[in-house]
Structures are given as structure tokens and as C-alpha cells.
Design a protein around this ligand. Sequence first.
Ligand code: URA
Length: 252
Amino acid sequence: MQKNLQQLLENLILWLKYQRQAGIDEIPIQILAQIRQIDMAKEKKNIPSKGPGDNLSSIKSLSQLQTLVEQCELCELARTRGKVVFGEGNPSPILMIIGEAPGREEDIQGRPFVGRSGELLTKMLRAINIDRKEVFITSVIKCRPPGNRTPSKKEINTCMPYLTRQIELLCPSIILCLGGIAAQSLLNVTKSLSSLRGKFYDLNGIKVTVTYHPAYLLRFGGMKQKDLKRKAWHDLQMLQAEYEKYKKKTTG
Ligand code: URA
């Protein structure tokens, strides 16, 4: 509580300084109430960390967290990775998108979803009227598993506190998990993706939904692909309806 209050005061001082620099010297009382509301919402979305005892609560900004993640050597993947892929996008997003782990192209560029599955993801978002720049995109695992193998449970548990802190700092209203690994890791369940998709789950005040990973959609052809795309389209439309509700709220 003491810490939260201190953080709130620090944020308020920074914000007031910024206003002063911008030439504003009167603050309407309603704005102060709004700041408190935003802070309370962040406290409510305080998601517990899991993994080997990492306490990242002292990390107060996304850039601080990125610096830490880029220096991480907590698992074997640090030895084989090219670049760490922290994630990118809007730092105050309505929607956060979580994939599994970087692939070859992401490992080279240090950016998420820039390969073939990234192209498809961008198209999927565009189809529901969302620009990639509006959202924040990351993955459960921040380093490429060699040969794009599925990350191990140990690797997931080691990397998970980073994702948890990212979520706390970004404070999204909605999270879209791409694929089974992201969904199971975040929701802490073992159910299959097909039984998890098509619904919203509550994660400490954040609406979480799940659909197929674009790489999985690209893996099949013919009827199988048609069927998967139909299901993914259903999930995306559900997401769009929710996204637009939040967008209306923020744009008034
Ligand atoms: N697949 C993922 O899950 N993440 C990426 O960044 C790229 C491909």
C-alpha cells in the first residue's frame, strides 16, 4: 500500500511537471480523480508472477523491463538466440497480442511477428479494422527456440515473469492469445486450444481470448485450412466486437 502510494505520488509529480512544461498551470479536479481511477485499475490487474522467484515489481517502466529482458541469461535459449524479441507496439494498448516464441526472422530482426506468420497476423488484424500500431505484440518466450521447436515447460516458467510484468505495465483491456502455448501459459490451464477458443476469460480484470496461431493456419491446405480459417474468423469477429466497445469508451 505504502509503495503504491509512493508510486502514485511519483507519477503525479512527473505528470504535473510535464503539464507545467506544456504551459498548463491549472489542473481541473476531475483529472486528478481520473488519475486515481487509472492507478486503481492497474492495482486491480496486479497479476501474480510465476516462475523461479522473479520479483519484477521494482521494474517501473517498459523500457527498464526491456533492458533487463535483453540481458537475460536465465535459460539455455540465451546461448543460441540471435536477438531477444521483447515485443513492440502501443505502450497503452486496448489490445495486447501474445504469441508463442520468436521464429527465424524475428530472431534476426529482434521484432515480433515479422515473418510469414506476422504477415498473416497483420492481415487478420486489418480484417477486423485494427492497425498493428494500435496494439502491443509479444510472445510468451522472448528468445527463439532452436529450429522453432516448442518451448519447454522450464523455459516457459523462466520467461513467464517477464510477460506478467509486461502485462502489468501495459495494462491492456483485452489480451488475444495466439495458439495453445500462449493460452495455456497465461490462463494456467492444460486444455486444448480448440476447447479454449471462442470465449472470453477473466484474468484479474483483463478479458482474455484465444485463437489459432497464424503459423498453424499456414500449415494446412484444402478443407482443413478452410475450416480453421472459418473458426479463426469467428474468434476475430468476437474480438472485434469487444475491441470496439473499449475503443468507443476511450474515444468518447
Ligand atoms: N510466432 C510467435 O509466436 N511469435 C513471434 O514473434 C513470431 C512468430
